[in-house]
Design a binder for this molecule. Structure first.
Ligand code: MG
Length: 176
């Protein structure tokens, strides 16, 4: 069996054409910034610093989506040196990434992700974040999972200097 061709199809491989994509993001916490995770505003005295709205979860999901389709990363697709992306809603970036992925013939099967934050407690927000993510990626809520962990009081997350997010998606070739 030879490797995948330019379309991502592996010649001679039976069954659905599947791809996995991984995403990770970290942003620093700063005063006078809104905190938005997975497109959901979170009540907290600080927020994440960044060129866009600094939504680490949507950035991780966007990288996972681009990664599964071998389309590079969020920095290639939406350079943070481009003033067009200053303060942009990260949901717009995710939608644009999905358009590219769909154009390449891929669709998401499921999405799993983890947010790392020492504070605030994210348990009250997990259902809303899951619902919003499902809407954004066009999946039933049952195919989306959101987990939250603290930093165990150590490292940049535990010291409340930063928050991080991981995401993984499975994709299949549409119609195959
Ligand atoms: Mg980011």
């Amino acid at each position: 069996m030879s490797g995948p061709d330019a379309s991502g199809i592996i010649p001679g491989m039976d069954g659905p054409q599947l791809r996995v994509g991984l995403g990770h993001d970290t942003h620093r916490l700063a005063p006078n910034r809104p905190l938005i995770l997975g497109g959901v505003p979170i009540e907290f005295e600080r927020g994440l610093l960044g060129h866009s709205d600094a939504d680490i979860l949507l950035h991780a999901v966007t990288d996972a989506v681009l990664g599964a389709a071998s389309l590079g990363d969020i920095g290639d697709a939406f350079p943070d040196t481009d003033p067009a992306y200053a303060g942009i809603d990260s949901a717009v970036l995710l939608r644009r990434a999905l358009e590219r992925v769909h154009a390449a013939g891929w669709r998401i099967v499921n999405l799993d992700c983890t947010v790392f934050a020492q504070r605030p407690k994210l348990a009250p927000y997990k259902a809303a974040i899951r619902q919003r993510l499902a809407e954004l990626v066009g999946l039933p809520v049952e195919a989306v999972n959101v987990k939250a962990k603290t930093g165990e009081l150590v490292g940049p997350v535990g010291r409340e200097e930063a928050m991080s997010a991981d995401a993984v998606v499975l994709m299949e070739k549409a119609g195959g």
